[in-house]
Design a binder for this molecule. Structure first.
Ligand code: LMR
Length: 394
């Protein structure tokens, strides 16, 4: 049986992680996988997470199953974090999932169940695993223009022109904030134009929000998702707690389905629970419980938000340091976009050969499309990277 299998394409982010591990150089710099690192190069367990884990350990008396949708306290806390009061709670169906990727996968499966002919419009570029999962499920993808290679900003006109081709029964996949892999984001007016277009074409939005709190702030980063969710009849939202709670390995995500009205919600909720049962049965609980413990306790929540804000400001500072250093070395402002981008990533705009030269000559690892993980930098590695970028002729 197994000899009938064919080799699957390697995930380029995970392949790069492996290549980095195998590099014996001491001074190598990992700007590949999207994991936050502090100035010491450590991905810390956040203070509030430690405290919540202790409370859970002390109070928890059973490890019996939760419901198929996960613990309702987690869904409620996450719905409030992502949506605020933008949408009536009784319109929101939600299930806990194994990470944001689990939410993305369940969302795509729900779309396929509802409309086997659905096309999913994806930004060019998008997170490679979006494409990989869509391909795996046999769902048709339609790329829409997103990143302008010259300005390193969003090609809003191109995007709107391409999204005008979507119709009822189609889905438009959007990044709620901190676009991965480019770091280039829509502004509020652009989002309004996207919402108006969605209403005109009848296509349904699906938002992937994996970096809330990493861009302009917790509330600011949710603004676009809230505007979309309250501005269209139906939408799907896949949220991840991996990054903003730093609980990557706990696999903590939430899929939300917003229905036209509360009576339609029941069917969405039961279908989402059914999908959980088919794919993994009950969702993981430990990370979800950490999140709900933090979000429902005033002191823990304040401490978590403060630490997250420190991380965000640290990344902004690194962006500015890199842009300034490059400005000095290159004598031009062409790298100013690095300070304008938001979130963990920026697409540098280097060619694959330049990316390879930076890896071979300087031990700098970034994804082949020249996506940099800004949170992988520190004060020592910024000048090393800036020197490598200029030496590679980017
Ligand atoms: C990334 O884009 O690097 C992260 O979302 C991690 C992953 O699973 O790819």
């Amino acid at each position: 049986m197994f000899d009938r299998l064919t080799q699957q394409p390697a995930d380029k982010i995970l392949a790069l992680m492996q290549q980095f591990r195998e590099d014996p150089r001491d001074n190598k710099v990992d700007l590949g996988v999207g994991v936050y690192r502090n100035a010491q190069g450590v991905t810390p367990v956040m203070r509030a997470v430690k405290a919540a884990e202790q409370r859970i350990w002390e109070a928890q008396e059973t490890k019996a199953y939760t419901g198929l949708a996960g613990d309702p306290a987690y869904s409620d806390a996450m719905i409030a974090l992502v949506l605020g009061d933008a949408v009536a709670r009784d319109k929101v169906a939600a299930v806990a999932t194994p990470g944001g990727t689990g939410a993305v996968r369940q969302a795509f499966e729900l779309i396929q169940m509802a409309n086997p002919q659905a096309r999913v419009f994806v930004s060019n570029p998008t997170w490679p695993n979006h494409l990989s999962i869509l391909r795996h499920l046999g769902i048709e993808m339609v790329p829409y223009r997103y990143f302008d290679d010259d300005s390193r900003a969003v090609d809003v006109n191109g995007m709107l022109e391409d999204l005008a081709q979507a119709g009822p029964g189609d889905v438009v996949l959007l990044h709620g904030c901190c676009h991965n892999p480019t770091g280039a984001n829509l502004n509020a007016a652009d989002w309004r134009a996207v919402i108006a277009l969605l209403n005109k074409t009848g296509a349904m939005p699906m938002i992937d929000i994996a970096y809330q709190g990493f861009g302009d702030g917790l509330e600011e980063d949710a603004a676009a998702t809230r505007a979309v969710a309250s501005g269209v009849p139906e939408c799907l939202i896949a949220a991840s707690c991996s990054k903003n709670f730093g609980i990557y390995r706990e696999r903590t995500g939430l899929l939300m389905g917003i229905s036209q009205d509360s009576s339609a919600r029941g069917l969405t909720q039961s279908t989402l629970a059914h999908l959980n049962r088919q794919n993994f049965s009950f969702p993981p609980d430990h990370g979800a419980r950490i999140v709900s413990t933090i979000l429902t306790n005033e002191a823990l929540r304040a401490d978590w938000a403060a630490e997250l804000e420190e991380m965000r400001l640290g990344m902004l500072d690194l962006r500015q340091q890199l842009a300034d250093d490059l400005q000095q070395r290159s004598g031009s402002d062409r790298f100013g976009f690095l300070a304008q981008h938001r979130g963990m990533f920026s697409r540098l705009g280097a060619t694959p050969a330049q990316v390879e030269a930076m890896r071979a000559d300087h031990g700098i690892y970034m994804v082949g499309d020249s996506r940099l993980n800004i949170a992988g930098l520190n004060a020592q590695s910024v000048p090393v990277l800036a020197g490598a970028i200029v030496a590679a002729g980017v």
